[in-house]
Design a protein around this ligand. Sequence first.
Ligand code: SAH
Length: 251
Amino acid sequence: VRPLVSLVGAGPGAADLMTLRAVERLRAAEVVFHDRLVDPAALDFAPPQAERVLVGKAPGVREWSQPRINRLLVAAARQGRRVVRLKCGDPGVFGRAGEEIAALAEAGFAVEIVPGVTAASAAAAEIGRPLTDRAARRSLLLVSAHPAEGAPPLDWAALGAADATLAVYMGVARAGEVAAALMAGGADPATPVAVVERAGRADARRTAATLGDLAAVIAAQAVRNPAILLIDPPRRAAGAAAAPRRAAAAG
Ligand code: SAH
């Protein structure tokens, strides 16, 4: 039997980029807990009588703490209701899915994961370019610029030296710090960066920048969340040490 609780990816915010399985789970839902970034059209797949609960965490908004969301999910499962936890993108990418799965497991409930189109995929599609190719983009790193409270900062110098495309989530507010940390680690300021807002949606916008001008371009173009940064595998700046120095980390 299928678990009562499904962690469902809603994709990047366009209903037609949802999976058929996601739609099927929504159609069977009795309660849907959804994020702020989920397209309202996605919720229309749930039956009219299904309860819809917005549990979005906006920056600075405290009322929907993760423990509270976990408790709500467990309480709904205990009532024997079919629960859909709808998250934007893929539920397993920077979605705190692990904490929800653990809370449900502790209460004795199994969880099904329904994958979704993550923002990096949608952004690459938006700029008409593959996320990887066999020559110049041989690896891909999904990175969050927003560390958990108390977590050690990321080693941006090492990330910049990894010869990988960096897909930076939650990076708009910290773009300047991220770029500075990468450059301090030896990345060439001319390294191309694609900034993609609202990837996958009708009002998507793409902005081209470089590491060197990223913060200025984001400010000048008034880039807003949700947006993702696709940083090309950073080239080494002329004269940069071969081994990356430990850069002052962002965040
Ligand atoms: N689980 C999601 C990511 C959640 S973290 C996924 O797999 O995509 C939230 C961050 O995702 C945002 O700050 C932004 O960086 C990115 N994001 C989500 N939807 C986006 C979209 N449509 N376009 C660009 N970035 C998006």
